[in-house]
Design a protein around this ligand. Structure first.
Ligand code: PMP
Length: 361
């Protein structure tokens, strides 16, 4: 750290993203990317005339992309705000709506507490229930902005829109931000509540269900007024926050509904198979509606399991946080990757059992 850094950032502990290995042939199940490539229509859109236009700034209103999103969700373009990943959209939300503090679950997306520090927002982390579920009563009458990932990460567990409506009803004076990064893998979106709740902000991303993590595209859906607030922040920060290639890619991804449906269904089917296999091997597996599973092995610790997978070139995510240290988060990869993961897991458990038997003698 230099002596020039603003004093308010001296204690900042940045978010630690999952490892992005270079070169090694790893089975990468650690950052919840989609295992399948972007839609062929996306590739076509990026290869086309748009590359020629990189000389020019991108459209600050990203109209092509905004219209594609608005069309898909049957909303007005004025209700859509696009960003450089949903991380940027969440950052805009902190800037715009953090004045009275933001309440979020204690076990959730690791960026929430980091943003609290970055934007000097009072973050209030509420513990989950013992079974990792969210008790909606903790978010009613909050008297501050509420932020909930639905499905939650890293648990994968979800709330029903009716439960979110119960939160919205009792927080009319503050925004309720629902981070739906993983909603397309089997949960129900809150978008249908938008006409009735002018305090709702739905945040989504192209990184997971639309196979574009590297394109860095996220968006917010909200009432015209709330979306206007977010756009005010965007235009005061980086008007060209979405580049030309990503605008073209995102619009094409949004329009290729058949490909989206096919990829998300495959991920869900693989998740179901993987869950069944892990349960049969004695794991505890939380009920996930996301493109990952949060699972605890029976006869080996979370960190040991993580390391032994790593030794076999399989990368999952583990956190050294007491409440979740027994668990690992496993992104659902392709059918082949999950087969390798399953075979490796069987080997690891067998090995652990033999070692355990050895210890007993
Ligand atoms: N919300 C949640 C719950 C996430 O897990 C992630 C991905 N790490 C994000 C938002 C941000 O995703 P992106 O910036 O790629 O849209």
């Amino acid at each position: 750290m230099s002596r020039f850094l603003h004093s308010k950032y001296k204690e900042l502990a940045p978010y630690v993203p999952g490892e992005q290995p270079k070169g090694q042939p790893l089975v990468k199940l650690n950052t919840n990317e989609n295992p399948y490539p972007p839609s062929p229509k996306v590739i076509e859109a990026v290869r086309g005339a748009e590359a020629q236009n990189l000389r020019l700034y991108s459209d600050p209103e990203a109209r092509q992309l905004v219209n594609a999103i608005a069309g898909y969700y049957r909303l007005l373009p004025e209700q859509v705000v696009v960003g450089n990943g949903s991380d940027e959209i969440l950052a805009f939300c902190y800037m715009a709506f953090g004045e009275d503090g933001i309440r979020y679950p204690e076990i959730s997306y690791g960026f929430y507490p980091v943003f609290s520090k970055t934007f000097s927002v009072e973050g209030q982390a509420i513990p989950l229930r013992e079974d990792f579920s969210i008790d909606i009563r903790d978010y009613q009458h909050a008297g501050k902005t509420v932020l909930i990932a639905n499905p939650n990460a890293p648990t994968g567990m979800c709330l029903h829109p009716a439960q979110i409506e119960d939160i919205l009803k009792t927080n009319r004076e503050h925004p309720v931000i629902i981070d739906e990064a993983y909603v397309d893998f089997g949960a129900e979106s809150c978008v249908s509540l938008l006409p009735r709740y002018d305090n709702l902000v739905v945040v989504q991303t192209f990184s997971k269900s639309r196979n574009l993590a590297g394109g860095r595209l996220g968006f917010a859906l909200a009432s015209k007024e709330l979306a206007g607030d977010l756009n005010k922040i965007k235009f005061s920060f980086n008007p060209y926050n979405v580049n030309r290639l990503s605008i073209a890619a995102g619009a094409a991804a949004m329009e290729d509904i058949a490909y989206f449906t096919q990829c998300t269904r495959r991920v869900v089917a693989t998740r179901q198979l993987t869950e069944e296999r892990l349960l049969a091997l004695g794991f505890t597996v939380l009920a996930s509606k996301a493109n990952f599973l949060f699972a605890k092995p029976g006869n080996i610790s979370g960190s040991e399991y993580f390391q032994r997978l790593r030794q076999r070139d399989i990368l999952v995510r583990h956190w050294d946080i007491p409440k979740i240290a027994d668990y690992v988060r496993i992104t659902i990869g392709s059918e082949e990757e999950m087969e390798r993961f399953y075979q490796a897991t069987k080997e690891i458990l067998q090995q652990a059992q033999q070692e355990g038997a050895g210890d007993a003698i």
